[in-house]
Design a protein around this ligand. Sequence first.
Ligand code: SF4
Length: 280
Amino acid sequence: MPRPEAELLEIVKSLKASVRELKTWGIRDFLKPPPKPVPASSPPQPLTTPEASTFVAGETRHLFPGLAPETAGRPAIPAFQSLGEIQEFLKDCSRCRLSQERNLLVFGVGNPRAEILLIGEAPGREEDLKGEPFVGRAGKLLDQILAAINLSRREVYIANIVKCRPPENREPWPDEVETCRPFLTAQILCINPRITVSLGAPATRTLLATKQPITQIRGKFLTYRLARPGQPDWKGIILPTYHPAFLLRNPSRKREVWEDVKALREELDNPGSKTGPLNV
Ligand code: SF4
């Protein structure tokens, strides 16, 4: 039978390891209670707002009335069988104004069969130069976040809602998002992820078609659907959290993301423990 002192030593060792982990995240106020605790096992909830609806691959639904998508008058977007096909199709894309100042189109990177799909907002300066998402400071932080839950960018898939860099790193405009949306939808359908992590408010708004602030819905496993012509809807789980670039500006919010990714790890280790049955 293990001696109580030995058990105590094990607990102290494990606590020290946790403290070291938190410090690498810049979290030093870990003795305080988290500002907004996430319920331990909240099943995925469909958003009930009127905006929470579906969008169709290859279709440009007018989420933002008044702004005509720049795909108007173009040939229909074909159905894609693979990420390679989508990437090839997008190669010289000039469907929206973001093509005008880009250096490289940033399609996405990672495992094409990933269980976890991370979706950010748009490429930044370094991504635009390298053609890969999340390679700047925010990308390094994202790598640390993934490493903290024993994941690497080779295991997940990382993409953005628009594939070209908005000038001055501004938020993509609604018509640009709408124009690029069919390709994001096609990516999601090809990857078929078990959990999509939306990084930041613009990605969350786009995927859930919601106006709810991210502060209200981050850390919750929600459900979303993608309509597929002639087939039943594709159903997925989405976990909104903050964008790493936001964390660089607001390090005190790292704790909330830490809670979110811990829940993600738990769900990966024990499928259904955080999400329950997919009920959308
Ligand atoms: S952002 Fe999307 S739609 Fe616009 S040019 Fe780039 S790939 Fe094409």
